[in-house]
Design a protein around this ligand. Structure first.
Ligand code: SF4
Ligand code: SF4
Length: 725
C-alpha cells in the first residue's frame, strides 16, 4: 500500500487511527454462524450450479461445431485485442443510442466488478488459503474492495433500473417484439416468451444486487458489537446506510443474525441458479456477444463468401449449412432492436425485420442442434410453409443495404445469412417472375436491359470527341461504366456529361466497350452465385486485356464488387468512385469552379458508397467546393436510408399500394425548409428518387440531380449536341 496517493494515505491513516491495531483483523464474514452441514449443503449446490453451467457451455459449443466449417482470416491475437477494446469501450453499444450505452456500461462494469470480487473470495477461501496459506481478503485490501464493490452494486442497479424504464415506461418501438412478417393472432406474432425472459433477467439481477446490500446491512447490525466490523462500516456506504435504517427501525443484533442467515441462503441460491442458467438464457450473450465481436468480418456485407466446394448445393437448405460462426452470431443477438429500427424494408412495412430473421433461425438451431443425438435433416423451410421459420417473402424483401450489419452492437452479420438463404431460393426457382426474366436476360446479354452488347457504348456517339477503347490502347484511367449509366436514357445524359468533364480535365481515359458486362454486385446479392461468377470472370478477363493504371466508376454497386469481391476472382485493382476522383481533379487544378452555385442542397449517401465503402467525405467536399449549402437529413452517412434498389430489388416490383423506401426518403428530404436540390451520386438513385419525387407529389418543390450535373453547372464545359443540361 506504499504506492497509495496522498489522499489515499490520509484516508488510510484516519482509519488506522480509528481502529489502531485492529485493521488487519477486518475481513469478510463468510460462513460464520453456519453449521458444518449447512456449509456442505451450500458447496453441494455450488458444485451443481457449476456442473449445470459447464454442461450448458458444452451443449452450446457442440451446437456451433455442428455448423459448417470456416477458417478465420488474420491473427487471433489481433481479433482478441479488437474484441476486448470494443467490449471495454462499449463503442458499439453507444452508437446512435448513448443512453442505452451508458446504462449498459454501468451494468457491465458493475457486474464484472462484483463477479470478480466474489470470485476472489472463493479464490482465497477455497484455494489459496487452504493450499498455500495465502490470505488477502482482510485489512486495507478488504476495505478498499468493499468500497469498490459497493459502488459497483449501485452502478449495476442504476443501469438495470434504466433498462426497465426503457422497456416498461418509455416503450421504445425497437423493443417491441411485434413482427412485421406475422399478423396478430399468429402463435409467434410478438414472442411473449422473450418479454418474460427480458423482465426475468432484469429482476433477477436487481434481486441479486439488492439482496446483497440488505445482507451486508443485516451483517453490520448483527456484528455491531465488534468494533473491527462496525467502526469501518462506512467503507460499505450503501450497506451502512441500510444498517443505520434497520437499527432505527429497531432491528436487534439477534434479529439481524436470524434475518441475515435466511437472506444469505436466498441470495446465495439465487446467484447459483443465475450461474447455472447462463448458457440456457439471455445471459449467455455475455460470452456469445464477445465471441461474435471477436470473429467479426469487417467486410461481411461488402464481400460475400463463395460457395464452399464441399457444399453439395448452393445456399442454406439445412441449419447446418450455416457455418459455426453464423450459429454463434444467432446466439449473440441481444434483441436490442437496432437493426429492426434501421431496416428500410421494415420501415416501409415490408414483412422483414433482420432481428426476427436472426431470432427465427436461433430458435430453429436451438430446437434442432441442442439435443444429444446427432440432428437429422434439420431442414430449413425457406419456402415459408411452416410457422416459426423465415418466409421467402421476408428474404426477398431485403435490400442488402447493410444498415443492420452496420448498427449491430454485437457484430451479427445478417446480410450473408440472408443471401445464403436466397441462394437456395434461386436454386429452387422460387422468385418473382420479373427477377427470373432479368437474370436470364443478364445471362444472355451481359446486361439487365436486354440490349445487345454492341450498344453498351452507344452513348459515346453523341460526344464531340472519341472515347478510347482500353482494350486497344493503353489509358491511365479505365472507366467501368456499369449497366444503368450505359443504357438508361436519363443516366446516359449524366454519363455523357461525366465523359466531357474527364475530357476537359485532360484525363487519359478509356472504356471496355462491348467487353464490359454487368459487374454482378446485385446479381450476387440476389443469390445467383453461378451467374455472378460468370460476370465477374468475364470482367476480370476483359480488364486483363486492357492496359490501365486505375479504375473509376460512377456506379457505387460496381465500385463495391470490383473493389471488395473481384480480388477473390483474381482481379486486384486500384479503383475509385468518381466523387473522390473528381475531388482530386479539383485539388490538382484540373477542374476549376467558374460559377459558384448557391443551392440549398441535401445529399443522399448511396449504401454501396457510404456504408459499404466509407465514401462519406468526397461528395460533401465537392458540394462545398461548388459553393452549395449542404443540409444533412436526419438519416445520413452510416445511418443513411436505402433507396430500395439494392439486393436486386430494382428488378422486383414492390407490392401495389405499399410505400417504397425511395418515397420514404424523399418525404424526409421534403421536410427540409427551402430545399432546392436533392443530390445523388449513383445511377440507380437517380432513377429511384426522380420517380419518388413524382409519386410523392413533391415535383416542383425541389429537384433530384446527380452531383455530376451540379459539377457541370459550376464548371462550364462544351457539351455534346443533344445532351440535356
Ligand atoms: S440489409 Fe437492409 S434491408 Fe436487408 S435486412 Fe438488413 S437493414 Fe433490412
Ligand atoms: S441482430 Fe444485433 S442489432 Fe439486431 S437485435 Fe440482435 S443484437 Fe440488436
Amino acid at each position: 500500500m506504499g504506492r497509495l496517493a496522498p489522499a489515499g494515505r490520509q484516508l488510510r491513516d484516519r482509519v488506522q487511527d480509528l481502529i489502531v491495531g485492529r485493521i488487519d483483523a477486518v475481513t469478510r464474514i463468510l460462513f460464520e454462524s453456519f453449521s458444518a452441514a449447512e456449509v456442505r449443503l451450500f458447496y453441494a449446490f455450488g458444485y451443481a450450479a457449476i456442473a449445470a453451467f459447464a454442461y450448458g457451455v458444452y451443449v452450446q459449443i457442440r451446437k456451433y461445431r455442428r455448423g459448417a466449417p470456416l477458417k478465420l482470416d488474420g491473427s487471433l491475437w489481433k481479433r482478441l485485442g479488437d474484441m476486448i477494446t470494443a467490449v471495454l469501450s462499449h463503442r458499439t453499444v453507444d452508437r446512435r443510442d448513448p443512453a442505452a450505452g451508458g446504462a449498459h456500461r454501468l451494468i457491465f462494469y458493475g457486474f464484472m466488478l462484483l463477479f470478480f470480487g466474489t470470485s476472489t473470495i472463493t479464490l482465497e477461501y477455497d484455494i489459496l488459503e487452504p493450499l498455500f496459506g495465502v490470505r488477502f481478503w482482510h485489512g486495507e485490501f478488504y476495505l478498499i474492495f468493499s468500497l469498490v464493490l459497493d459502488v459497483a452494486g449501485v452502478a449495476l442497479i442504476g443501469g438495470l433500473i434504466y433498462m426497465m424504464v426503457r422497456r416498461g415506461w418509455m416503450r421504445l418501438p425497437k423493443l417491441d417484439y411485434a413482427r412485421p412478417d406475422r399478423v396478430p393472432g399468429d402463435p409467434d406474432f410478438d414472442r411473449p416468451q422473450y418479454r418474460r425472459e427480458d423482465w426475468a433477467f432484469l429482476w433477477v439481477l436487481i434481486a441479486i444486487g439488492a439482496t446483497g446490500y440488505v445482507l451486508e446491512a443485516a451483517r453490520l447490525v448483527w456484528l455491531q458489537g465488534r468494533p473491527e466490523i462496525w467502526d469501518v462500516r462506512w467503507w460499505s456506504p450503501a450497506g451502512a446506510i441500510l444498517a443505520e435504517a434497520f437499527r432505527a427501525l429497531g432491528l436487534t443484533e439477534h434479529g439481524a443474525a436470524l434475518f441475515r442467515h435466511g437472506l444469505w441462503w436466498f441470495h446465495g441460491l439465487l446467484a447459483l441458479v443465475f450461474i447455472a442458467l447462463i448458457p440456457f438464457t439471455k445471459v449467455k450473450h455475455i460470452f456469445t456477444a464477445a465471441g461474435s465481436l471477436m470473429v467479426r468480418d469487417p467486410l461481411a456485407a461488402q464481400r460475400l463468401p463463395r460457395i464452399p466446394e464441399s457444399q453439395e448445393q448452393p445456399g442454406a437448405a439445412k441449419i447446418t449449412d450455416f457455418n459455426w460462426k453464423q450459429l454463434l452470431n444467432l446466439d449473440a443477438c441481444t434483441k436490442c432492436g437496432r437493426c429492426h429500427e434501421a431496416c428500410p424494408a421494415r420501415a416501409v412495412g415490408a414483412p422483414l425485420s433482420p432481428r426476427d430473421v436472426i431470432l427465427s433461425l436461433r430458435e430453429f438451431a436451438q430446437a434442432t442442434l441442442e439435443s444429444g443425438t446427432v440432428p437429422g435433416a434439420a431442414e430449413l423451410d425457406i419456402h415459408g410453409k411452416s410457422p416459426g421459420q423465415v418466409a421467402q417473402e421476408t428474404l426477398w424483401s431485403c435490400r442488402t443495404c447493410m444498415a443492420c450489419v452496420e448498427i449491430c452492437p454485437v457484430a451479427v452479420e445478417h446480410v450473408p445469412i440472408i443471401v445464403q438463404m436466397r441462394r437456395k431460393l434461386v436454386e429452387d426457382g422460387a422468385m418473382d417472375p420479373l427477377l427470373t426474366k432479368t437474370l436470364q436476360t443478364i445471362h444472355k446479354t451481359g446486361n439487365s436491359f436486354g440490349e445487345s452488347k454492341r450498344k453498351r457504348a452507344a452513348w459515346t456517339k453523341a460526344l464531340s470527341f472519341p472515347v478510347k477503347d482500353a482494350r486497344k490502347e493503353p489509358v491511365d484511367v479505365l472507366w467501368f461504366v456499369g449497366d444503368y449509366a450505359s443504357f438508361d436514357p436519363r443516366n446516359q445524359k449524366v454519363t455523357q456529361t461525366f465523359a466531357t468533364l474527364l475530357h476537359e480535365a485532360g484525363v487519359d481515359f478509356g472504356i471496355l466497350y462491348e467487353a464490359e458486362s454487368n459487374a454482378g454486385n446485385d446479381v450476387r446479392r440476389v443469390g445467383e452465385e453461378g451467374l455472378y461468377e460468370l460476370l465477374a470472370g468475364a470482367n476480370v478477363a476483359a480488364m486483363a486485356g486492357a492496359s490501365f493504371k486505375t479504375i473509376v466508376t460512377t456506379d457505387p454497386h460496381s465500385y463495391n464488387t470490383i473493389r471488395n469481391e473481384y480480388p477473390d476472382f483474381g482481379g486486384k485493382y486500384q479503383i475509385q468512385h468518381y466523387t473522390s476522383f473528381v475531388k482530386h481533379l479539383f485539388d490538382d487544378g484540373k477542374l476549376r469552379v467558374a460559377k459558384r452555385l448557391a443551392y440549398r442542397t441535401t445529399f443522399h449517401d448511396p449504401c454501396h458508397l457510404g456504408r459499404f465503402n466509407k465514401g462519406y467525405e468526397a461528395p460533401r467536399d465537392v458540394l462545398k467546393l461548388l459553393g452549395c449549402e449542404l443540409v444533412e437529413m436526419g438519416r445520413s452517412r452510416a445511418n443513411s436510408f436505402c433507396c430500395g434498389a439494392g439486393g436486386g430489388r430494382i428488378w422486383i416490383p414492390d407490392p401495389v399500394g405499399s410505400e417504397k423506401p425511395a418515397q420514404n426518403r424523399i418525404k424526409e428530404a421534403a421536410a427540409i425548409p427551402d430545399l432546392e436540390v436533392y443530390v445523388v451520386s449513383c445511377p440507380k438513385d437517380l432513377t429511384m428518387f426522380e420517380d419518388a419525387l413524382k409519386t410523392t407529389g413533391n415535383e416542383g418543390k425541389f429537384v433530384v440531380k446527380e452531383l455530376i450535373e451540379l459539377i457541370r453547372e459550376a464548371v462550364p464545359v462544351r457539351l455534346p449536341e443533344g445532351t440535356a443540361v
